[in-house]
Design a protein around this ligand. Sequence first.
Ligand code: BT5
Length: 318
Amino acid sequence: MDAKILGLFKKYENEYLSGEDISRKLKVSRTAVWKHIEKLREIGYDIEAVPNLGYKLKSIPDKMIPDEIKSGLNTKVFGREIYSYERTGSTNETAYRLAEDGAKEGVVVIAEQQTKGKGRLGRTWLSPSGGIYMSCIIRPSIMPNEIQEFTLAAALSVANTIREIAGLESQIKWPNDVYVNKKKVCGILTEMKAESDKIDFIILGIGINANTDEKLLPKTATSLKAEIKKEISRIDFVKSLLLNLEKQYSIFKINGFSELRDEIKSISFTLGKRVKVTTHDVILEGEAIDIDEQGALVVRLDNGLQKRVLSGDVVLVR
Ligand code: BT5
């Protein structure tokens, strides 16, 4: 009923609707209409009431309400089902459990806050309110060793969305970060369940410092709000991100990573810089010179040898 009332408000955008109009159109009592309007107000919908005229929807809350995200969403699969939480441990964990229970590709878990937000290698992802914490279930027919390419394609989607919604240029710091003005604005955590040669599912976890107060973030981080000095619509951001992810994912499925590689390289924060890369078994230092066909970072060591790294941590060295 809430959705139906909102649907009416949106259809008659510039008009006042009386309690009687709504009750007649939706075939419910006026008391029921009043109760639903009170409930919507509690959620944060700004509904004006003018005596003798009726109700009018003035603004929608910037909250991760599935119906608001789905309204006007132009995707086919991504966001087909959205689970939204005021607070959860980690959206990746919730999505993982849903995927194990058979949830389909494109199902999204989103939260206003995370109490145990995860980074890679057991690190913590600070998740205060104002940010976007989202995990998407994907069931791709790719090999487990293609996951790096996949993460980079997701980072490209984030960069494109930041440009569209905040008007900012951003860079991809290999392998999983997006930077704005040399500070981290987004981190991506790709987890998967796989057998040796087949991926059962991927959980693509994306954390974005959207309207986050920068004081609540590490010194190395920023938020979109801090950069453009105003808040963005997180709902518009999520809509655009889901569309960009779906676009990039279908290019990736049809033409492979090579189709996205040049674009990813062109906005790399890592290439051409001196880096120190820590992998599970070695530490390398040298110049980052390429991102190859498998999404690996190619580093030229000081002795001239070239090494490719498929996964690892990168520190930029002055
Ligand atoms: C990442 O790890 O950057 C991946 C972060 C993924 C977060 C999303 S949110 C939705 C989904 N659910 C989850 O539980 N996780 C995913 P890593 O490269 O390991 O970077 C972690 C490091 O970034 C930390 O050790 C801090 O130094 C820094 N950091 C922590 N919180 C941050 C924030 N909000 N913004 C920028 N940097 C942060």
